[in-house]
Ligand binder design. Structure first.
Ligand code: CP3
Length: 342
């Protein structure tokens, strides 16, 4: 698989590409299946339909990897927290974690088992996906999940979760450790079900100052990746901490690919991390509104990475719901074309 080879820094005929949120609302085919399912969470829990939307971007856009269709928040949900997706407002946990009793009521082993519909989706996808295309499995970073669990929803200030960090760090560490235990089991079962690459999304990394970031997030991400790499060295691990360009000097640990978000200069990431890790990214997602901006963006990235074998093309965050499909196609084919190696 060209995608797996690229993750491991092996030579490939061109730089493989996929897009974060590639199975999503910009595709009319996705909207149709979501409608049939009823709502987003029902779609996540329906292996046949989740498999179908996972394969859509591979068929329609020709990306080099499929990403499991699911959400990072199904994990806290199956640990026992009620989860709603409110139209136009995003995810909501109506009863966030507040007390030690709330924390202790969360399940670990049972959660990993209840996520069976995800493992079934993976088995279905791997059965249908072309043999040369990789399937990426994923989870949220413990910090990002714990933020949702404590705040109950997206937040601008992170006031509740940061209050805990500075006033009751032991409580946060207990919560993070518990979530980390579930995620290790969850990712392991995803691997056993057939994923070829594992990715961890730390969307709220940028909420923390430097020392707090390493103590409350990066250490737990590394714990997951070390656990997986020790048991499954052939499965590449991608870590994606969003928005921490100021902390690159302290990035370390056992994993294969560092996901570069669009706000981090790719040149800087290459300088600081390019020898240690393969880099993934980092096209600014709103460039996809304009073909001229796409061409400019792709060319600059190719130039920065010197078209070597240590890069995976991607956006620097998820694709937006109103991007024209035609532009997404143009992005994919242009990147594949301009990185062809003799
Ligand atoms: O990338 C993919 O195509 C695979 C599927 C995937 C989804 N969510 C599907 C989804 C993945 C990998 C995620 C990860 C995820 N989910 C993250 C981490 C990555 C990131 O974007 O930073 C986060 C923070 C979430 C939580 C989440 N899920 C939010 C905040 C929202 C609402 C915001 C929005 O875009 O509407 C979701 C919903 C969600 N997850 C959708 C999809 C396709 C949209 C649901 C719909 O209305 O159909």
């Amino acid at each position: 698989m060209i995608f797996v080879d690229a993750c491991l820094g092996k030579p490939t005929p061109y730089t493989p590409i996929w897009m974060m949120r590639q199975a999503g609302r910009y595709l009319p085919e996705y909207m149709q299946v979501r409608e049939q399912a009823g709502d987003f969470l029902s779609l996540c829990k329906d292996p046949q339909k989740a498999c179908e939307v996972t394969l859509q971007p591979v068929d329609i856009l020709g990306v080099d990897a499929a990403i499991l269709f699911s959400d990072i928040l199904v994990v806290p949900m199956e640990m026992g927290m009620e989860l709603k997706f409110v139209k136009g407002e995003g995810p909501l946990f109506p009863k966030p974690i507040e007390t030690l009793e709330d924390l202790e009521a969360l399940s670990v082993l049972e959660a990993a088992t209840k996520l069976e519909y995800v493992y079934e989706t993976i088995r279905l996808i791997r059965g249908k996906l072309a043999a040369d295309k990789a399937l990426i499995g994923f989870c949220g970073a413990p910090w990002t999940l714990a933020t949702y669990m404590v705040e109950g929803q997206g937040t601008k200030t992170y006031a509740k979760v940061k209050k805990l960090i500075y006033s009751n760090p032991d409580f946060m560490h207990k919560l993070l450790a518990k979530v980390t235990e579930v995620l290790k089991l969850y990712m392991e079962r995803q691997i056993q079900s057939g994923i070829n690459v594992a990715m961890v999304f730390d969307s709220w990394a940028a909420a923390l100052e430097e020392d707090a970031y390493f103590e409350f997030s990066w250490n737990y991400m590394k714990e997951i990746s070390s656990y997986l790499k020790a048991k499954y060295p052939h499965i590449p691990v991608i870590l994606f901490p969003k928005g921490i360009s100021g902390y690159l000097d302290r990035i370390d640990g056992e994993f294969d690919v560092f996901g570069v978000d669009w706000s981090t200069p790719l040149e800087l990431a290459r300088e600081k991390l390019g020898d240690k890790y393969v880099l993934q990214g980092n096209m600014e997602p709103t460039r996809l509104y304009s073909k001229t901006a796409i061409k400019e963006g792709v060319e600059k990235i190719v130039q920065t990475m010197q078209n070597n074998n240590r890069h995976i093309f991607n956006l620097g965050h998820g694709i937006l719901p109103d991007i024209p499909v035609e532009n997404a196609k143009y992005f994919i084919s242009l990147a594949q074309e301009l990185t062809k190696r003799a």
